[in-house]
Every structure is written in C-alpha cells, then in structure tokens.
Design a protein around this ligand. Sequence first.
Ligand code: CA
Length: 465
Amino acid sequence: MKILQLPYFLFLAFLSIKTFAQGNKKPNIIIILTDDQGYGDVSFNGNKQLRTPNIDRIANNGVVFKNGYASYAVCGPSRAGLITGRYQDQFGHSRNPLFAPKDATIGLPLSEETLAEALKKTGYTNMAIGKWHLGVHASFRPLNRGFDEFFGFLSGGHKYFPKQLVLNDISEVKAQFDAYDTKILRNNTRINETEYLTDAFSREAVHFVEKNTDKPFFLYLAYNAPHAPLQAPEKYLARYKNIENTDRRTYCAMVSAVDDGVGLLLDKLKELNIDKNTIVFFLSDNGGDLSKGSYNGDLRGGKSSLFEGGIRVPFAMQWPGTIPPKQVYEHSIISLDIFATAVAQAKVTPKNNIDGVNLIPFLTGKKKEAPHESLYWKMFDKGSFAIIQGDLKLVSIKESTPLLFNLKKNSTERKPLNDSIKAKNLKKLFDVWDTKNIKPIFDGLGEDKQYSEKHPDRYKNVEKY
Ligand code: CA
C-alpha cells in the first residue's frame, strides 16, 4: 500500500507545482486582426455562405461580442486606437497615414505607448506580423515600437501573390500605391517570399509561438486579408465554386485562407499546452467595404461610415479555463478594451491614460454592469460623429442633422427616434468628449496629391530598406 501511495503523492505534488507555475505565469496575448472583414462575414455571426470553422472555435471556446466595435471606420486610425488603447483622435491620428518614407511626422506619434512597448516593460517577447500601417519612416517601424520581430509590410495594403512583389524596397516606390508591390520585410531586411501572403503570415505566426513557449509573448497578427486587391489562389477559390460573383467568391476564399491560419495557430497552442495561458482576440479593423465583396449582415453602411456597418465588427475572444465558453456578450465593447485587458493581466502600468476597460471581470460574471457608459467616434475630415450609450445611438453623417436610434429595437438604423431631449443630451456628452481631441496631425490618403506637390522630393533619395 505504501509503495503505491508514494508515486501517487509524487504525482499530486507534480500537478500542484505545475498548476502553481502556470497560475503565476503572465498570459500570452494574441491579437488576430483582419482587414475590412464585414460584421456578417463569419459563421458565428450567422453567415451560411462563408464558412469560418476555425475562427468560430475562438467564439465557442470563449465569447462572441455581438456589439463589438472598432474605434474608427477605416484602417489607419482604427489600428492606432487598438495598439495604444486610446481614442486616436486625442493624439491627432485621425487619418490613414500617407506612404511618406522620409517624413517623421506621418505615423503613430512617439509620445504614444504601443501595447508592445507596455508589455515589454514586464518582459514580454513581441512580434508583429502582416500589415503595419502606423508609419513608414524608420522611427515608426515595428522594431522601434516595442516589437522584437516583424514580418510583413508597412503600407495600408499589399498584393498577395509572391510573383507580384517586384519592388526590391521602398526606394523603388514612386507613388502611393506602388507600396503594394514591395517585397516583404523580415525585421529590416527584404526577403523573397514564395507563399500566398496570408499563408505566409500564418506560417510565421505558428513559428513565433513555437519559439516562445517558455516565456510570455505578445503576437500581433494583422492579416491584410480580405482587404483589396481581391486575390486568392485556386486552393481557396475551389471552396466557393458555387458563388458566381467573382468578387464575392474571391473575398470568401481570402477569408477562408485566414480561417485556415487561425486553425493552425489554435492547434499549435493546444499542442504546446499553452492554450489555457493564452488570451486570443479576433476582430476586424473596420466594417466591410460593400463595393469589394463584403457582407455586413443587415447593418446599415460599411467601411468609412459611422453607421453600424462601418464600425461594428466580427469580434470574439477566448481564454480557456478563465472565461467560460460559449458566451454571447451583449453589452457594447470596443477594440480599445484589448489594450486594457492585456495590461491588466500582465500587471503592467501603461504610460498614458487609456480609454479601454479590462474585460475579464465582465466575462467571468464578476461584474454585471455594462463595461462602458458611452462609446464615441469622430471623423474629422467628414464632419461625422457618433455616440452610443446603452441601447441609444446618436449619429451624424457629414454634418447632417444627427439621427437617434435604439439599436436594440432597430439595429439596421432605418427608423430614427423622435426624441429631441435624448438627442440633445447625447450630443452634449459627445461635445464634452470632443474637447479632449485635437486636429489631425498629418496628411492622409485624401491629401496624396497635395502632399506630393508640397513635397516634390517625397520619393527621391529614399534609403534602400
Ligand atoms: Ca481596414
């Protein structure tokens, strides 16, 4: 009997040491960001045409945010908000940054702390993969913003087929959208990629996780799919032979490639037995572009609009063993909450005031109330704004008379409420929030031509890298 008891005791001791060690280890953070994926373009939000079995695993293992928002309706500012945990309008990042390699003012201001920089303070190893879009000048690049490794591209979009990546480096870029043709960067070195870009990003993500099982890591996996240009190889197109519209078929194929990559990554976390110590977020940076194959469900509008279709995005999260599975969370949350959640779990103090909320107590049931009193959006150049408080939303598009909606009763934003007092109160709240904002600090895509006229040497004598 005693002989049997000893190994059993040792086994129990081993288990408790293991649990103790895991419990004390700071959780890994993975953000999987897609680009222009519509609210309706995941199976977990009800799409029957496009299948996302792997992205759905995140939702099943954890939570679907039915009302999860991006902080802006286009790429650049949304990413600035996500990576800093702050409303980007407070630091003037309200435009898509121009491709201006010699300009040290066009990019995420150095006064801002990225999530990678924050986590670095407590010993995380960080990697950014995919689309950067937070500045091209050397000072703005990922390795200068808290990331230990980078694999991807710097501009707002990119071609997907390796054969099309014909420019050796940014010194060969002679116009804004030439940047889509550059070779891929591994850290600061251009490489000859041979895979379809989405597959390459998935491969790198899995590799990074494999290399970093013993210490806390942060992986920012920012797929440019399914952002235009619509390009997919036969492997993925074959899954949607039944779709006649070429744009839609290609779009679905591109999302399918992302979905495969998400599957590989989730499998790897499980295989390495680190899935319970890894928080995975999945979201899109803004709503789908309806002219480019996206589907936002029954939401009104799309990319670049402050109607729901532009800012409400597919959004899910898992942390198995800590947050219960199969949750559908109804209260409004925002991409800024990712930063707040991550730094709270990593027990690190951010440099700046952040606007997000640590979501964990809300997802474990410890806190029952809504995480946010109100959420805000502003598009400076368009004169558009929106505020959501509870079920109410006040939205003004291009300085038009603000419309008031009850999102719970009318999520399609087709039937405005006639309640001038409520509308006035929300506008007041928005105006108070707006006092913290500043004007955009750099020229954006809309000023491409004017910027080149003002800076005729924009593409001249650019360093080869
Ligand atoms: Ca986008």
